[in-house]
Write a protein that binds this ligand. Structure first.
Ligand code: ANZ
Ligand code: ZN
Length: 826
């Protein structure tokens, strides 16, 4: 046994184990297994060039879970791959004059090595890159199958256009009117595009959120709001003197007697007919034009002043026969409900402001309890429920009863029906960029849209296989789009749009279950065994987009017969950000710490330990240099402790607790308490930070008893040291494998089992304490052996018997004799 203060040689150790993992592939798994499975997955990275601390944190969390579950006997699938299509590759290509494919694959090679340097236990045989035709050919097939099922369609729309990125953005990619990527203002533009009918699944996507008990509430709430279900009444108002109706959607049918005008969106198709021949014709047209321009310029977050113009026409409220003016208004959205609003200024704030501006009547029809509102004196709309007044046969009902009764009345008289709308829109997937999966259809003048035959897939992205290939958008590549119609053989054009990269990330986790499968997009057997993902881990910034699309795809794939599950991710962990100096680590802030530098200086295990110890996973992690140093010191301490006591590992006897001295009993107890604590910390939301503190305490106790007077039982010591190594293994794997080997274990830790704690051994020993009052024994207390003197005194003074004998007098003096006696002097 040698005494040493040297630091452990992390470089040699880490590279040795990484080589072994590369060679032996111990994390390779198959679905042909009778073992219970566990699927742990981190959101796959975009191959931007190098990994950052956010990646390190994300993947380390996933890796600890994977290793922990393996020790518990699960068949653990833990794959990694690359979300490889997307705009940055194209931008980088333009900037550097390289091909996006070359740039991407180079980055992948570099980042793969970085991940390996972190000692992450992936099944590398499952690695996939979404820009590889072997992947996107199956995505193209899924597109065609969705097309057959009527889940894909093409339509002309006004899209969100980013001029800087030269691309269409999904609504979710527009943040406060700006492009999510480049922060430039987003403009509207009309063009044809392809859409996935996610709205067909809106109800199921909403309902099933209730079943996701393993998701953070905040994420479920964000999705619920995003889907935005509203229930109410769709109702027709006849236009006076014109053979047309205005259909409205309202969530407040109870206010229908308070309607004093009608508002249409500027894009409403009825306007043309309403204004023809009217005096206001030109004024209305002018208003529409200026509003459209204003809408383009306005950023989404600031609401413009409410404005409108009278069309010259009236419509009839079917409930009371009122004749009400029809306005065009700038705040009514064509994309929501029916694009027309029955305006109730007394009870809707937007309508209230509009009515004030144009001097329209304000009619109160809902009264709160104990108050009487009047239209003339109202200062703001009263938008709460109440009871109905001036509402014909419905007068006197409360709001919720009135809603039902009024909907029934509309149904019975055939001018309305109950109606549900969603905020959720269909998913526009067309992009006009090069670096994406081509949409596999052909446009023929005679046959219309003709799907590419499945046997002709993939439609390969041209030029991506050779370094010098062309990489301009496909509508500029004539050789690509010129083709023949598969149906009639005449000259035709290929679709030149590529798919939104969110399509690739919506099903990669299922492809991972058998990524080399050649007979279809998904191997049903593999998917049946592995899906759903038991634990998914990633940033909360994906709470809406990626997670909603993935849920949608899973349901579509179920309906196409590929999977049997309804939801892809049973448990979701959204880890916090890595911050430094109060801001998220990012290149633009200039506060980035490069994981490479840290690994070089301290080793991967230290970096892993720090990122786990500094904060529980769901919280933000504040970078601090001392924390890294501290983690490094701790590992060196453990290393020395084990090195100095390797002798204990020669002992093969089992512990017989009856014969143990106090120090040995203490260590034995602490060992089992630590197993319990670490297991519980991991099981409760993966609180690795408290798990690590637990191990630190065990290390302290071990050092403490070894430095004490009593001889520590070698078997107890061996168990304590083994426990330290095994419990730390998921977090610092190279380090622990090395120590495991150094301490006489022929097998690797990968093959070990997570220890079970012995509740009996973990129990605190109890002592009997005698309580004397003025020298006479009055009570006996059973207390834990590690209790402090202060606690003993408090327990004694609160004891019922003691209180009885003290009879309200305050003690003059209380003497505690350690672990034996409390003497109270009155
Ligand atoms: C009359 C009314 C009276 C309304 C009242 C509200 C309060 P949510 O809850 O978001 O679904 N609305 C309907 N379509 C609209 C559109 N295309 N653009 C702008 N506003 C529209 O909102 C539904 C309510 O928003 C509807 O109910 C309608 O105004 C308005 F005291 O109808 B309400
Ligand atoms: Zn044709």
């Amino acid at each position: 046994m040698q005494q040493t203060n040297e630091k452990y040689d992390f470089q040699a150790i880490e590279s040795r184990w990484q080589q072994q993992w590369d060679k032996l592939a111990p994390y390779k798994v198959t679905h042909e297994s009778n073992q219970k499975k566990y699927y742990v997955l981190e959101m796959f990275p975009y191959p931007s060039g190098r990994i950052h601390m956010g990646h390190v944190r994300n993947y380390t969390i996933g890796d600890v879970i994977a290793r922990y579950k393996r020790l518990q006997g699960y068949n653990v699938i833990h794959p990694m791959g690359w979300d490889a299509f997307g705009l940055p590759a194209e931008n980088a290509a333009m900037k550097r004059g390289v091909h996006p494919a070359a740039w991407t694959y180079e980055n992948i090679d570099y980042m793969r090595e970085q991940l390996k340097a972190l000692g992450l236990s992936y099944d590398w045989d499952r690695e996939l890159a979404t820009c590889n035709p072997k992947y996107y050919r199956w995505e193209q097939q899924l597109f065609l199958e969705m097309l057959e099922k009527g889940l894909v369609y093409r339509k002309e729309t006004t899209v969100n256009w980013c001029n800087d990125c030269q691309t269409v953005l999904a609504r979710e990619q527009v943040i406060d009117g700006l492009c999510w990527r480049c922060d430039q203002p987003v403009l509207p533009k009309t063009m044809y595009g392809w859409f996935f009918k996610i709205t067909e699944y809106a109800d199921e996507l909403l309902e099933d959120l209730d079943s996701l008990t393993g998701w953070p509430d905040k994420v479920a709430t964000m999705q619920r709001n995003w889907i935005g279900k509203s229930t109410g009444l769709a109702c027709d108002f006849q236009v006076d003197g014109v053979d047309a109706v205005v259909s409205i959607f309202t969530t407040r049918p109870d206010t229908i007697y308070g309607v004093t005008f009608m508002s249409l969106a500027v894009e409403h198709p009825l306007i043309e007919e309403l204004i023809s021949g009217e005096q206001q014709q030109d004024a209305v047209k002018e208003f529409i034009e200026s509003t459209l321009i204003e809408k383009q310029r306005a950023s989404a977050d600031q609401e413009p002043e409410k404005k409108g113009v009278f069309t010259g026409k009236y419509c009839i409220n079917p409930f009371n026969g009122d004749r009400i003016p029809i306005y065009v208004a700038n705040f009514v959205l064509m994309e929501y409900g029916t694009g027309a609003v029955m305006a109730v200024p007394a009870h809707d704030q937007r309508d209230f402001e509009f009515a004030q501006k144009y001097d329209l009547p304000i009619r109160v029809v809902i009264q709160p309890e104990n108050e009487s509102l009047s239209g003339d004196s109202l200062e703001a709309a009263y938008d709460q429920p109440g009871h109905l007044v001036d509402s014909g046969e419905f007068t006197g009902l409360d709001s919720s009863a009135a809603r039902k009764a009024i909907i029934d009345h509309a149904v019975n008289n055939q001018f309305g029906q109950p109606h549900i709308t969603y905020r959720l829109r269909d998913w526009g997937i067309s992009r006009q960029r090069y670096w994406g999966a081509p949409i596999p259809v052909i446009h023929c003048d005679q046959c219309g849209v003709v799907p590419v035959a499945k046997d002709d897939l993939p439609v390969v992205l041209p030029g991506a296989d050779k370094a010098g290939g062309e990489h301009t958008p496909l509508h500029q590549q004539e050789a690509f789009y010129t083709t023949k119609c598969p149906k009639c053989g005449k000259a035709a054009q290929r679709e030149t749009d590529t798919m939104d990269t969110f399509v690739e990330s919506s099903w990669y986790f299922i492809r991972y279950t058998n990524p080399g499968y050649l007979d279809g997009p998904i191997d049903p057997d593999a998917a049946k065994y592995w899906m759903a993902v038991d634990q998914y881990i990633g940033g909360v910034e994906h709470a809406i987009l990626h997670l909603l699309y993935s849920r949608f795809f899973t349901k579509v794939l179920r309906d196409l017969g590929y999977v049997t599950i309804d939801e892809p991710f049973t448990n979701l962990l959204t880890q916090g950000m890595v911050i430094k100096d109060g801001a998220k680590m990012s290149k633009s802030k200039g506060n980035v710490v490069d994981p490479n530098d840290l690994i070089e200086k301290f080793g991967a295990d230290t970096v892993r330990l720090f990122s786990l110890f500094a904060a529980p996973p769901e919280r933000d992690l504040e970078w601090n240099a001392q924390g890294v140093e501290g983690s490094s010191r701790f590992l060196n301490r453990v290393y020395r402790l084990i090195q100095q006591n390797v002798g204990a590992f020669n002992d093969d006897s089992t512990i017989s607790s009856g014969k143990l001295n106090e120090a040995s009993r203490e260590l034995h107890r602490k060992t089992h308490q630590t197993i319990r604590r670490v297991t519980e910390s991991i099981e409760s939301n993966f609180h690795f930070n408290t798990a690590i503190s637990g191990v630190m305490e065990l290390v302290n106790t071990t050092t403490g008893v070894l430095g004490g007077k009593q001889e520590v039982d070698q078997t107890v010591l061996k168990q304590a040291l083994e426990t330290i190594i095994v419990l730390l293994f998921p977090m610092v794997p190279h380090f622990c494998e090395e120590l495991w080997q150094a301490t006489n274990h022929p097998q690797t830790l990968d093959q070990a089992s997570w220890p079970e704690f012995d509740a009996e051994a973990a129990k605190e020993e109890e002592l009997t304490i005698v309580v004397q009052i003025n020298g006479k024994v009055r009570a006996k207390l059973q207390v834990a052996s590690d209790i402090s003197d202060d606690d003993i005194q408090a327990i004694a003074l609160a004891n019922e018997k003691v209180l009885k004998f003290m009879q309200d007098s305050t003690p003059k003096k209380v003497i505690v004799v350690k672990k034996k006696l409390v003497n109270i002097v009155l």
